[in-house]
Design a protein. Structure first.
Length: 267
């Protein structure tokens, strides 16, 4: 029997001053913000790891502060993805993966490899980079997702390469970055970047309804027919885990958007 798919919804990070006015209760201790957020969302993308190496003790602390079933995705170090020659990123990849990620245990979600908007798709070099990504760390299987931000990645050649290496590709709900919903891995990772400050839930109710349908369609093994693509959709597959993060845009509205989507999914 196929494993049931899980749809997880969250935001990027948990420390953001404006959330102390519209998400966290008034006077809530800042040291307990992760504890609060993780009980209202089902996933968080850790962004601080992009800028500096975290300690194993920090990962263990975050694991212990969050409830069973909660998941962290982790943004990989910029020192790996900002290389002029990606084939030279091996040492940086090893340092990031070995920094203590395994302390998250079953709360470790996808690793997000985000590339600069100026980084073009160079097939041989990108293939060399993908070969460097480890399949596991300390016995934990790793799931990798590419956050590619140059239009040259919107090509059949990139899709074929990503599928060969079984890595997912971020779907960006954005006009600023390439937005294509072609699936390249066995899970779905979306970064929803259109939250608006003037909307209490960040997205219009109709847009949240649409994302509810899309998330369920992905989880059931299908593909939504109303998103931009490079190639035609494939036939339905087995169930997939889905990760959706409200991130960028009007960040102050991200938690409300995530909770509104979770409410629809539970309903």
């Amino acid at each position: 029997m196929a494993k049931a798919a899980t749809i997880r919804v969250g935001v990027g990070g948990w420390t953001y001053a404006p959330w102390r006015d519209n998400f966290f209760p008034k006077g809530w201790p800042q040291s307990q913000e992760l504890e609060y957020a993780s009980r209202r969302l089902t996933a968080i993308e850790i962004n601080g790891t992009y800028y500096r190496t975290q300690s194993a003790a920090s990962f263990a602390k975050w694991r212990d502060e969050t409830p069973p079933g909660f998941v962290f995705s982790v943004k990989a170090s910029r020192y790996a993805t900002n290389q002029r020659v990606l084939a030279d990123a091996g040492e940086s990849i090893e340092r990031f993966v070995g920094s203590g990620l395994a302390e998250l245990g079953d709360k470790l979600g996808p690793l997000v490899w985000q590339f600069m908007p100026t980084k073009r798709f160079e097939p041989d070099d990108f293939a060399a980079f993908l070969k460097l990504l480890p399949a596991s760390v300390d016995g934990l299987k790793l799931r990798h997702v590419m956050d590619v931000r140059h239009e040259s990645f919107m090509s059949p050649a990139y899709l074929a390469l990503a599928r060969k290496h079984k890595v997912a590709t971020v779907f960006a709900d954005s006009d600023e970055y390439p937005s294509f919903a072609d699936l390249t891995g066995d899970f779905v990772y979306g970064r929803l970047m259109r939250t608006e400050a003037g909307l209490e839930t960040g997205y219009e109710p109709a847009a949240l309804d649409a994302w509810t349908r899309r998330a369920r369609r992905w989880a059931d093994g299908g593909e939504p027919d109303d998103l931009p693509r490079v190639e035609a959709a494939k036939a339905s597959a087995r169930p997939r885990d889905v990760f959706l993060f409200f991130i960028s845009g009007a960040k102050e509205r991200a938690p409300a958007a995530a909770m509104a989507l979770l409410e629809r999914l539970r309903g």
